[in-house]
Write a protein that binds this ligand. Structure first.
Ligand code: TXA
Ligand code: MG
Length: 327
């Protein structure tokens, strides 16, 4: 199961999709691209297949998975959509949005994928490859990001293989993922919708559709644990991450945003600018690869310049805070 170097790389064409679907249908793990990040997929109706996801990622079993579906109609068959969930699905699906809704009694998504909860996370991704794959499999696909638990999420097939080679049957190669960070997760469980994780759909866009503010995650959710350092640390490169840097110390790696330079930059070990123009969408798309590349420079510290909170900046800052959290 966990021997190294045995994960097949499938081309993102019709033959690759057909093979990926065949492997998924027989209970194997297949990593595949969505527009956000690569997911590590398994047939969500098959508890044995889903158990392989938790083993491959070394993911705690209390952390539930997202079930991916090809369209809103198949998603609605799995859970109850209140008025807010319906509006959000209509506005943002297919796309980088996950809705947590009450699970139907007869949902096909197995208990293990839901971590035994009465609710269920559903997503309809926009990526054409993901859409084709999901339509072909004809069952919900459970898929967390295709990294080992706690590490930086993968935005390319090479990232997936770097983390999970030998732990999945195959990776479907669709090139770099365009959004670059994970879906926005919103709970619609009666009462006001709650933002569990900022992501590819900015808060401002959701507020505009709902016409109200989103509540924030409660401090005891998986995404906002009360115990500091439990799951707060995530997206962790090997190097220590130093936030809101106003100067670069000699030998540090530097992660910049926007046209401004920082004092000390000439003595940096490596420098990446997420977006010279200060475009949050470009910065989001490059964030995880940049963290991996700066880590590979061998610097002990990655110093990160301030990134404004507007638009995808909230999700970028969320991932950076977790990357910097004590381990
Ligand atoms: O963009 C994405 O969302 C990617 C791609 C592959 O779809 N997937 C992803 O999955 O990021 P993962 O497992 O890394 O993150 C899913 C998040 C977790 O924080 C999990 O705790 C939360 O969704 N979640 C899943 N089911 C939930 C539920 N019933 N209630 C609350 N949170 C839930
Ligand atoms: Mg993840």
């Amino acid at each position: 199961e966990c021997s190294s170097g045995t994960t097949r790389r499938l081309r993102g064409d019709a033959a690759g999709i057909a093979e990926a679907a065949r492997l998924l249908a027989r209970g194997d793990l297949v990593a595949f691209p969505t527009e956000t990040v690569y997911g590590l997929g398994a047939d969500a109706t098959d508890a044995v297949a889903v158990a392989r996801i938790f083993a491959a990622k070394e993911r705690p079993r209390f952390n539930p998975l997202i079930a991916h579906l090809p369209d809103t109609a198949t998603a609605r068959a799995e859970g109850d959509f209140d008025a807010a969930a319906s509006r959000l699905a209509e506005a943002f699906w297919p796309g980088p949005l996950t809705l947590v809704v009450p699970a139907h009694e007869q949902t096909s998504v197995c208990d293990l994928a839901r971590a035994g909860l009465a609710s269920l996370a559903l997503r309809v991704p926009a990526s054409a490859l993901a859409q084709d794959l999901l339509a072909r499999v004809g069952r919900p696909i459970a898929a967390p990001s295709a990294n080992r638990s706690g590490r930086v999420s993968p935005t390319s097939a090479a990232h997936v293989l770097g983390d999970l080679d030998g732990r999945a049957a195959a990776v479907l190669d669709g090139g770099a993922t365009p959004v670059g960070l994970e879906s926005t997760v919103i709970a619609c469980l009666g009462g006001k919708p709650r933002l569990l994780r900022p992501g590819g759909v900015p808060r401002e866009a959701i507020r505009a559709v709902l016409g109200t503010e989103l509540l924030d995650a409660e401090a005891d959710s998986v995404e906002r644990p009360v115990g500091p350092g439990l799951l707060a640390s995530h997206y962790a490169p090997r190097a220590r991450v130093r936030l809101d840097a106003e100067r670069i110390e000699p030998g540090e790696a530097a992660l910049l945003f926007g046209p401004d330079s920082l004092p000390g930059l000439v003595d940096a070990r490596a420098v990446i600018n997420l977006s010279q123009q200060g475009d949050p969408a470009e910065a989001a798309a490059r964030l995880f690869a940049a963290l991996r590349d700066l880590d590979a420079s061998g610097a002990a510290v990655i110093a990160v310049a301030r990134v404004p909170m507007a638009d995808l900046g909230e999700a970028i800052n969320d991932r950076l805070r977790r990357a910097a959290a004590p381990r």
